[in-house]
Design a protein around this ligand. Structure first.
Ligand SMILES: *[C@@H]1O[C@H](CO)[C@@H](O)[C@H](O)[C@H]1NC(C)=O
Ligand SMILES: *[C@@H]1O[C@H](CO)[C@@H](O)[C@H](O)[C@H]1NC(C)=O
Ligand SMILES: *[C@@H]1O[C@H](CO)[C@@H](O)[C@H](O)[C@H]1NC(C)=O
Ligand SMILES: *[C@@H]1O[C@H](CO)[C@@H](O)[C@H](O)[C@H]1NC(C)=O
Length: 501
């Protein structure tokens, strides 16, 4: 891989005066904004401190939390299309139409942005299942708070995209390109009498490819496109480890990551624009020497510039309009394809790979020595720690190693290897697998049956029915897949590309 060197050279050739920021752009000239990502609460660790076995209570709670995020929308037919719409009494119940769930919860990936004058820093929770950008300001002290009272630059409006939200505009300080821009955004203040006002302040950066779920009518990405801050209707996600990553809007971060990986974590902060380099000349010299050795000729650079898509295996988005749902061509265990053509939804905030019941059975049937745990944790399977399977997920004609290393795979020391969540118990020879059965789709169908018969039946127990989500026979591909694999999400061409790095 000689890309880092090419990146540096290109930057140096094209933009000699602003080397420090320009090296973080993609190879061509289309601008890309890079946001540093972090996972709230640190990396997903189902084992207790210093121990190598899992806490099943914790795992079950995390599973429930993950599934509940798929519970805020339902499918409806619009014209001749199946689309996702917010459930009218979706999440909170007390605040009608608030589809958003809570802000600033643990285990969610977020980026930071400064808004207002003077700037106030807020944390934007990534949400791949919802399209809107909104800021929630509560009366509690928790979370990262934006208060319009302290901003000189807010311009109010009387539009109300949600019952508890206005649509003012404010100065956004964008990283990487280092500019400020006035953008409208939904500012929500939950009712003082509602439950939500005790929750944390924060914001949500919706990344779902959905028109029908949107209340504000324009996502953050669309606003940046309209203002020509970025040119390509894409964003990309790359994780560097279990708790840090990069969100790039308008392009990919592949090359920036390659470069950053060879540097320290303070350099990563700089990606997000937190810390603007004061002496770019010196900085760039510090960066250049080790990488420049692997440089190429000018010709190579030019031919690369136009080809940002290179190296990505693309799959078309399918299913009900609204989420990043794709067709996974194959699931491979130890070199054989054990499942074909599985529907998957991509959600970076899921710490597991969720698989529907039949697929889970078929999958673990190919993992030698594996078995399901007894109820109430029968969603989880164990396998012999000494004999972990070698897994690949197949997308767009390419095989992607799943949890086998690459960057961000920090599994050293965890028994059972990268596929393992940890030992079942102290000293056990069995490890819990990262592929976990989800029954959301099944429960949903039961719900539909219940709704057609007796309404309000008490059948909906435990993890509850996910009415009309369409998650039957659908996998959820979560964070684990992104260790060592980068994803590009294309709103215009309705496709997702993956690339191992
Ligand atoms: C397991 O996790 C639960 C929920 O996070 C926690 O309350 C409990 O203390 C943990 N158990 C042990 C033994 O650490
Ligand atoms: C899903 O939503 C329904 C109501 O819409 C609720 O009864 C159920 O408990 C929810 N399930 C989860 C897992 O949150
Ligand atoms: C939503 O609210 C309506 C009444 O407001 C109720 O009839 C319906 O059962 C609720 N749906 C769910 C899924 O809770
Ligand atoms: C970023 O922008 C601010 C004000 O617009 C300016 O003062 C500063 O020098 C810029 N920094 C870089 C590295 O371009």
């Amino acid at each position: 891989m000689h890309l880092p060197a090419i990146l540096i050279c290109t930057a140096a050739l094209l933009l000699p005066h602003t080397v420090s920021t320009s090296v973080l752009r993609s190879l061509d000239n289309a601008p890309v904004l890079h946001f540093t990502l972090a996972r709230r609460g640190g990396k997903f660790s189902p084992t207790e401190h210093e121990l190598d076995y899992v806490n099943m209570t914790y795992l079950s709670q995390e599973l429930e939390k993950t599934e509940s995020r798929f519970n805020l929308t339902q499918r409806e037919v619009m014209g001749n299309k199946l689309v996702r719409k917010a459930k009218s009494n979706g999440s909170g119940g007390d605040e009608k139409g608030l589809t958003m769930g809570d802000a600033a919860t643990d285990g969610i990936w977020y980026a930071k942005i400064n808004i207002g004058d003077p700037p106030q820093e807020i944390e934007m929770d990534l949400n791949m299942l919802f399209p809107d950008f909104y800021v929630i300001t509560t009366t509690s002290r928790k979370g990262s708070k934006y208060d319009d009272y302290f901003s000189k630059s807010i311009q109010k409006s009387l539009d109300r995209p949600y019952p508890t939200c206005f649509l003012p505009s404010e100065l956004f300080h964008l990283p990487t390109v280092n500019t400020s821009l006035r953008l409208p955004f939904a500012l929500c203040r939950p009712s003082k009498f509602g439950l939500h006002t005790l929750g944390a302040s924060g914001s949500t950066l919706g990344l779902a490819p959905s028109e029908h779920l949107s209340r504000t009518g324009s996502s953050f990405l669309k606003l940046l496109l309209d203002r020509e801050v970025v040119k390509r209707p894409v964003f990309s996600l790359m994780l560097i480890n279990g708790q840090e990553g990069v969100l790039s809007i308008g392009g990919t971060a592949a090359h920036a990551i390659d470069m950053v990986m060879s540097q320290t974590e303070t350099e990563l902060d700089r990606l997000g624009g937190k810390e603007i380099v004061e002496k770019p000349k010196v900085e760039s010299e510090k960066i250049l020497p080790p990488l420049a050795k692997r440089g190429r000729t000018g010709k190579g650079i030019v031919s690369r510039q136009t080809n940002w898509e290179e190296g990505f295996a693309w799959s078309g988005v399918q299913g009900a309009d609204g989420w990043w749902q794709l067709l996974m061509r194959g699931v491979w265990v130890d070199g054989s394809r054990v499942l074909r053509n599985q529907a998957v939804v991509i959600d970076i905030n899921s710490p597991f790979i969720l698989a529907p019941p039949l697929a889970t059975k078929a999958f673990y049937a190919s993992v030698s020595g594996s078995r399901p745990l007894p109820p109430p944790v029968s969603n989880f399977y164990v396998f012999p720690c000494l004999n972990p399977p070698k897994l690949h997920f197949e997308f767009g004609g390419n095989m992607f190693p799943f949890m086998q290393g690459g960057r961000g795979a920090e599994w050293s020391g965890i028994p059972g290897g990268k596929f393992s969540l940890g030992r079942l118990e102290a000293g056990s020879g069995y490890c819990v697998g990262a592929v976990v059965e989800t029954r959301m789709g099944i429960k949903e169908e039961r719900d539909e049956v219940v709704q057609n018969g007796r309404k309000g039946s008490r059948w909906i127990g435990g993890r509850g029915g996910l009415g009309g989500n369409g998650m039957r026979d659908v996998w959820v591909i979560g964070e684990g897949f992104f260790r060592g694999v980068g994803g590009v999400f294309d709103f215009k061409e309705h496709r997702v590309g993956f690339r191992a790095y």
